[in-house]
Structures are given as structure tokens and as C-alpha cells.
Design a protein. Structure first.
Length: 300
């Protein structure tokens, strides 16, 4: 499989409002980028789940343990991605002296497993990446678990897939995602081209802003080149432009967090209307998922 490794850059001002409040795990000396250390910690948590006993832990550790174990145990990153969809559940538990009980953490994890079983039952789907997003950490630990699922590509109908340019771009990106990784420290958020410096095409010197000016398709009615459908040349340009933007690091004007890899995304075509009049057509990554990538062990 062809792998898409692009050098990418930093985030715009609006991005900070979209990111989650997720802290790194508190274990002293733990390196979240060390594949062996990460796997050992996940296996230790799995064992505690099986034995139904464990020590209280901080909210950040609970977040990391639940998310990492779900990604390690249930995401099929050995399978090629197709078009994706997102689902979610909420959980909450009391916080006492800065910690949560293991029994409550185990219950939250099991709620997620039950959701996964329901989500995948009778469907040609597999999980790609899971994100645990804390919503409240003081007094009560509230969080939302997001599940990014992909259609099994062998069961997809191409006639259904390519109904619009956004789905074509989504499909191309999905089918070219690198396989064989699972993810920890996951985060996800929407990406629009005009939020980021890297969303602007520096090589475009044309007359109209809405024609190749943005890397992702972004079209305004008040420019003469306004149109709804992309020809093949435009489709190729905006496909590669979208990939470039999504893989540009925050340090260089893009959305990609440093040290993390794009794990999945869904491109949507959206419109903006004013008093019933179509004003704008644009593409949005809704959402883009990033995480620290770890090689899947051979037996996982």
C-alpha cells in the first residue's frame, strides 16, 4: 500500500478552541512515544480489567488508559480504510482527592466495549481510531468517547461512494492511509482551509481567490469563477491540497500536532446560504483525527 507521509505544519487561531483538555499520563518516566513502554502499560491495564481489581488513578491516567486500551484492543488498523463515520457515548464518575476509583474506570471501559459491540453488529464496519475527550475533570469526571468507524472496503459500492467531490477526496485519503498502526493520545477537530496559513496555496497567482487559492475547495459566489462541481484537474488539485494541509504541522501553519500522525478523516462538502441564496461552497475535514502512532505487534 502506498503510504502518504507528507511534511506538514502549524495551527490557526481558531484551532485552540477546538482542541480538548487532555493531559499526558502522570507516570514518572513514562514515554508515550515508546512503543514497548506503551504496549506494556496497556497490557498491565488489560490484566487489571480481567482481574477486576486495580488502584485508584488520576483523571489523566484514566483517560489515557481507557483510550489506549480501546485503540489497542479493538481498532483494526491492519485493514484498509474506506469511507468513515463517527459515533459516540458519554460517561461520568466521581473524583475524590484528585483520583477516580478503578471500579468506575472499569465500568466506563466496559460501557465503551458494549457500544463497540452494538456499533459493529451486523455491519460491514471496523474501528479505525477512538478518542476519549474529557469534558469536566473537577468534582465529576465527565468524558465523551468518539468512535471512528470505516466501511470494509471490499463491501463498498463505488457507485454510492463517488456521489460528490468531497466523498471522492475522502475515499482517496482513506484508502491511502498507512496501515499497521494503533494510536494513543488521540485528538480530533474540524479543519477548514481559511483557519490555517497552510490552507493557502503559495503558488497561486491567479485572478480569482476561489480558483486554486485555497488548498481545500472554498468557493464564493461573488467571484466570477464560482461553480459547484469539480472537473478532474480540480479534483486532483484539491485532493492533494487537502492531504498537504491535513499533514502540515502546527509549527508551520497547519493543523497537525507535532509528534502525531493523521489517523483518519472525513471530508464533507458544505454550503452557506444567506436569505435562501447560496453564498459559499466549501470542504471541511469534519473531523480530522491525530494521534501518536505505534506499530501493531504481530499477534494483535
Amino acid at each position: 500500500m502506498k503510504k502518504l507521509f507528507f511534511v506538514i505544519l502549524s495551527a490557526g487561531l481558531m484551532l485552540s478552541a477546538c482542541k480538548k483538555d487532555k493531559e499526558m499520563p502522570t507516570n514518572n518516566g513514562f514515554n508515550p512515544h515508546d512503543d514497548k513502554a506503551v504496549e506494556a502499560r496497556i497490557k498491565s491495564f488489560n490484566q487489571s480489567l480481567q482481574q477486576k481489581q486495580g488502584e485508584p488513578m488520576t483523571v489523566s491516567d484514566a483517560t489515557w488508559n481507557i483510550e489506549a486500551a480501546l485503540n489497542y484492543n479493538y481498532c483494526r488498523t491492519d485493514l484498509q480504510q474506506g469511507l468513515t463515520s463517527q459515533d459516540s457515548i458519554f460517561f461520568e464518575m466521581p473524583v475524590s482527592d484528585g483520583t477516580v476509583s478503578f471500579s468506575n474506570v472499569s465500568e466506563a471501559y466496559n460501557q465503551a466495549v458494549a457500544k463497540i459491540q452494538t456499533l459493529l453488529k451486523g455491519e460491514n464496519l471496523h474501528l479505525v481510531v477512538i478518542d476519549v475527550k474529557p469534558l469536566q475533570t473537577e468534582g465529576i469526571f465527565k468524558a465523551k468517547i468518539f468512535f471512528m468507524a470505516s466501511k470494509d472496503i471490499t463491501n463498498e459500492s463505488k457507485d454510492v461512494l463517488f456521489t460528490n467531490a468531497a466523498s471522492q477526496i475522502s475515499y482517496y485519503i482513506a484508502t491511502h492511509m498507512p496501515a499497521g498502526y494503533y494510536y494513543t493520545d488521540v485528538e480530533h477537530f474540524p479543519v477548514l482551509p481559511y483557519w490555517y496559513q497552510a490552507g493557502i496555496n503559495p503558488n497561486w497567482n491567479g485572478q480569482y481567490i476561489n480558483y486554486y487559492y485555497y488548498r481545500m475547495f472554498n468557493n464564493y459566489t461573488y467571484f466570477p469563477a464560482f461553480h459547484q462541481y469539480l472537473n478532474q484537474d480540480e479534483l486532483n488539485f484539491y485532493t492533494q491540497g487537502t492531504i498537504t494541509l491535513l499533514n502540515t504541522y502546527t509549527t508551520q501553519g497547519g493543523p497537525r500536532p507535532v509528534g502525531k500522525m493523521l489517523s483518519s478523516c472525513n471530508i464533507e462538502g458544505r454550503t452557506w446560504n444567506n436569505n435562501g441564496q447560496l453564498q459559499q461552497i466549501y470542504h471541511c475535514a469534519s473531523p480530522a483525527y491525530y494521534g501518536i502512532a505505534h506499530l501493531n505487534p504481530p499477534n494483535n
